[in-house]
Design a protein around this ligand. Structure first.
Ligand SMILES: [Zn+2]
Length: 234
């Protein structure tokens, strides 16, 4: 049976493209995951900045509460001072008032520091939010492109599979099984030219003159003696 090189080459053309498409389709989910993880890093930065800002707000509230308590204490002490008739007690209460006023001064300084810190943290948060928005836009676009690519590749692979099935009908079973076996072993291409210098285009090893003659006669399917690929003349 003469080899149906044209038929095998047509089949191989589909298999080459199918091989490429399958590789791409296997890679796309990983690319999508990588894009999503870039987004996750930005989201984490925003959430960390938010927490830091909230903690600072709580600290400010606590300082304000402490100031309020001390102010109440001072007004209570002043009232006691007003009511007392003992001079020593009056003086002792006055000392207390001064002490609490000193506390308030220190707390107000602390509150100012915390407010400055809040400004800084707000800036950090804004920066993180801006970075997140820009990454999100990029990632959304990338994911959309990859999703579209998956659709297109899947569609193309489906068409190729159908074409492949149709091509199989016309091919001789023995030749087909040799082709399939080689494809599994070596991957496409497995139907390769033999050059005028008798070189196999698959493995680049020089074939014997007898092999060259058999290829040119075209009576049978000839395999490269070195790599086993199916040879066809230039
Ligand atoms: Zn070879």
């Amino acid at each position: 049976m003469p080899p149906d090189i044209v038929g095998l080459l047509k089949l191989q053309e589909r298999d080459l493209r199918l091989g490429e498409l399958r590789k791409e389709l296997a890679r796309i989910p990983r690319e999508q995951e990588q894009a999503q993880s870039r987004l996750a890093n930005n989201q984490q930065a925003v959430s960390t900045s938010k927490t830091a800002l909230q903690e600072n707000e709580v600290a400010i509230k606590n300082v304000e509460l402490d100031i309020g308590t001390r102010r109440e204490t001072i007004s209570r002490l002043k009232k006691q001072q007003f009511e007392t008739r003992k001079n020593t007690e009056y003086q002792a209460l006055g000392t207390e008032v001064v002490r609490y006023a000193g506390d308030i001064d220190a707390l107000e300084t602390k509150e100012l520091e915390l407010m400055e810190k809040a400004d800084e943290r707000r800036k950090v948060l804004t920066k993180a939010e801006t970075a997140l928005a820009s990454t999100k836009a990029g990632v959304d676009e990338e994911v959309a492109i990859l999703t579209k690519r998956t659709e297109n590749f899947t569609k193309e692979a489906g068409i190729l599979e159908i074409e492949r099935k149709d091509l199989l009908v016309g091919l001789e079973e023995d030749q087909l099984s040799i082709y399939e076996r080689l494809l599994k072993q070596r991957g496409a291409p497995v139907v390769v030219q033999i050059t005028s210098e008798r070189q196999c285009s698959g493995c680049h090893v020089k074939a014997t003159p007898a092999t060259m003659v058999k290829v040119f006669n075209g009576h049978e399917l000839v395999n490269c003696e070195n790599c086993g690929r199916i040879l066809y003349p230039q």
